[in-house]
Design a protein around this ligand. Structure first.
Ligand code: WTA
Length: 653
């Protein structure tokens, strides 16, 4: 494992406490029964599961799927009609109109607010009417570039209400990255705020939009929510203040009936090649998946307070702050801040303040807090906590045990949930009342998921073994296409192992059939739980005038999981220096965003290449890992001596 703590932790098993199993939605027996049924007869299982939503026109067909190149299509509930915002709001009004739908906790600990389902209905309807007033129509793409203010959730639900397709761009992305995503989906509308605030620092969102729009020409309207009140430039005819547009709009807006397969959102994610892909999710199947996983994986019970610490700019925020919980009539907490502000106790203070029962975060946050010691945790009560969750990257057993023992005081099961932007929701995970836990293992598949391990040739491997993780059949939450590029959808996910969905992850299955995700097997790295394509960082680097060539790899990083290591060859005439190094790191920040900044940058007079000119990343990875003793075969290198030079000047000692 990542922390090298060895087999002792891996063998540790934490049985389901009977107190949890007794009251859980499913115990192990029931899990096995349901799982078996879901695999034996998906049509029957998902036909029944689809009834958890309210359909304005019930479906008669459940599943129509082919993973073949000539006919690649994925359809669930295809003749049904529903509206996602109706399912997340309106249908709860009668029974839980006065219940808290969203508790919003500000970056500033003195700021929080609670919005009931009734209030949410009014806010979202108003927001939807503002969008209509601006000219947004069903099927239009709307880019949302917002901080974690409550209006971000209104904006999402308002799009869903009128049938517009939202594309959220994480507020930490640069103007360049924003422009690329706006152009890729021909988005004519952007929703933003004057500024965001995180960890006490202001983020100039509107200014970034202005910058982006120098490279994105199709945008007709920019809707700006006033947040910090700072002065921002407003371009006449294009930029509209939300509060001005909202004055006098109706507080009711009929939900647009949507086909189950009408798009709900696009979310850009990094792959091993090329530009980020617009992952497209549709309405019916996605919501069935998000809501069902939310209920079972977190064992959510009516009246509980549930908190997922993600940002709505990532898929975790889509499925597990907004859509899944609200479809279930849950109380979901939305947090604007960061774990370390004002101090390392913040998460647990928020847990106590709002009596959070279920808490879902990323291993990188746990590792960062672990470094601060137990005191910031211990000074809080955390008695309300019942279930803990982890997502985004493998959780090393050491961090798992700290989370379990220190945060959860040995009382709360941890659900280590493996999934991807592409899968729409959780795929491999323990269920609190059903699954004995092994620290570091995502454990067992959710209903309907048949994960297999294959070797490089696609041969299915049996028993306890390591391999490439594939899923054999579709599930309702699966992405439907890459926006505007169906061929790329096929090439990326279905061409490597025909007939199967290839995840890009490696995994090990142990003797008990538990899955242990080992990480990406492609050129994607996972930095603090955020996916980054090495090719993206490379192309940002070579876009700089002084760079002739660049290669980027990941290396193990104590807090981030993986760090970004960049090898850069400068053009002749430019000498390596600390100044140019700093300039290049800042350049990548401004091209993509702070999350893409190289942690280590090494100047390389030459990169190791094969005689045919292909960069040998395996060698670069080893050097970055400081593991140059095991470089393997270097005999195919065109110039073996460049390797000695690289080792000599490696940054990661
Ligand atoms: C990794 C985030 C190990 C994995 C929801 C996957 C994980 C990528 C886990 C998707 C986990 C996510 N254990 N690895 N519990 N969860 N991953 O699209 O490599 O941002 O392919 O979706 O994160 O990242 P994405």
């Amino acid at each position: 494992m990542a922390d090298g703590s060895g087999t002792q932790n891996e063998q540790a098993v934490f049985p389901v406490p009977s107190s949890i199993a007794e009251h859980a939605h499913v115990d192990n027996e029931r899990y096995l029964e349901m799982y078996k049924a879901s695999i034996a007869d998906p049509e029957a299982f998902w036909g029944e599961a689809g009834k958890r939503l309210d359909w304005s026109k019930p479906y008669t067909k459940v599943k129509d799927v082919s993973f073949d190149q000539s006919d690649l299509h994925i359809r669930w509930y295809e003749d049904g009609e529903l509206n996602v915002s109706y399912n997340c709001i309106d249908r709860h009004l009668e029974t839980r109109g006065e219940q808290a739908a969203i508790i919003w906790e500000g970056d500033d600990p003195n700021q929080s607010k609670t919005v009931t389902y009734h209030q949410l209905h009014e806010h979202v309807c108003r927001f939807a009417n503002v969008l209509k007033k601006l000219g947004v129509k069903k099927g239009d793409r709307v880019t949302i570039y917002m901080p974690m203010i409550i209006e971000a959730s209104y904006a999402m639900l308002a799009c869903a209400r009128i049938g517009a397709v939202h594309s959220i761009v994480f507020g930490g992305f640069s103007p360049e990255a924003l422009a690329g995503r706006v152009n890729d989906c021909d988005s004519e509308y952007i929703i933003t705020a004057d500024e965001g605030v995180r960890g006490g620092k202001n983020v100039p969102l509107k200014k970034n939009v202005d910058e982006a729009l120098k490279h994105a020409f199709g945008v007709k309207k920019v809707l700006v929510v006033e947040n910090t009140g700072t002065q921002v430039a407003m371009k006449g005819g294009r930029d509209v203040w939300w509060h001005e547009a909202a004055a006098g709009v109706d507080e009711f807006c009929d939900p647009e009936p949507m086909n189950a397969e009408d798009p709900l959102f696009i979310l850009y994610t990094s792959g091993s090649t090329g530009k980020p892909k617009g992952v497209l999710h549709t309405s019916g199947g996605y919501l069935v998946w998000a809501s069902m996983t939310h209920e079972y994986v977190f064992d959510y019970k009516d009246g509980e307070v549930y908190w997922c610490t993600a940002d709505v700019g990532w898929v975790t925020g889509h499925s597990y702050i907004v859509y899944g919980p609200l479809a279930n009539g849950a109380t979901t907490l939305m947090f604007e801040g960061v774990p370390s502000y004002p101090d390392a106790s913040r998460f647990w203070q928020v847990v106590d303040k709002h009596n959070v029962n279920i808490f879902y975060t990323a291993p990188t946050a746990i590792r960062a807090l672990m470094r601060e010691g137990e005191a910031p945790v211990k000074k809080t009560s955390r008695k309300s906590l019942r279930v803990l969750g982890s997502v985004g990257e493998p959780i090393n057993p050491e961090a798992w045990l700290w989370y379990y023992n220190v945060v959860g005081e040995g009382r709360c099961p941890i659900v280590d949930t493996w999934w991807q932007t592409e899968t729409g929701g959780i795929m491999i995970t323990p269920l609190p009342g059903a699954t004995d836990l092994k620290p570091g293992s995502a454990s067992k598949p959710f209903f309907g998921i048949n994960p297999i391990l294959v070797d490089a040739d696609g041969k299915e491997l049996e028993g306890a073994v390591d391999g490439n993780l594939c899923i054999t059949d579709s599930w309702p939450g699966q992405m439907r296409t890459v926006f505007g590029d169906h061929e790329r959808f096929f090439q990326t996910y279905f061409s490597t192992y025909p007939g199967r969905y290839f995840t890009g992850d490696g995994a090990r299955r142990d003797e008990d059939g538990y899955f242990w995700i080992t990480g990406r097997v492609d050129d994607v790295i996972n930095v603090s739980g955020h996916r980054m394509g090495t090719a993206e960082v490379e192309s940002a680097l070579v876009a700089h005038d002084s760079v002739s060539e660049a290669a980027v790899v990941g290396y193990p990083h104590d807090i981030k999981g993986q760090g970004i290591y960049a090898y850069v060859t400068l053009i002749s005439g430019v000498e390596p220096s600390d100044e140019i190094k700093k300039e290049l790191i800042n350049w990548v920040r401004s091209e993509i965003g702070p999350i893409a900044s190289p942690d280590l940058l090494q100047f390389a007079p030459g990169l190791p290449k094969t005689r045919s000119g292909k960069i040998m990343r395996r060698i670069l990875r080893k050097i970055a890992e400081n593991d140059y003793g095991s470089l393997g075969d270097t005999s195919t290198l065109a110039e073996p001596e460049v390797v000695d030079e690289l080792i000599e000047n490696r940054q990661n000692r």
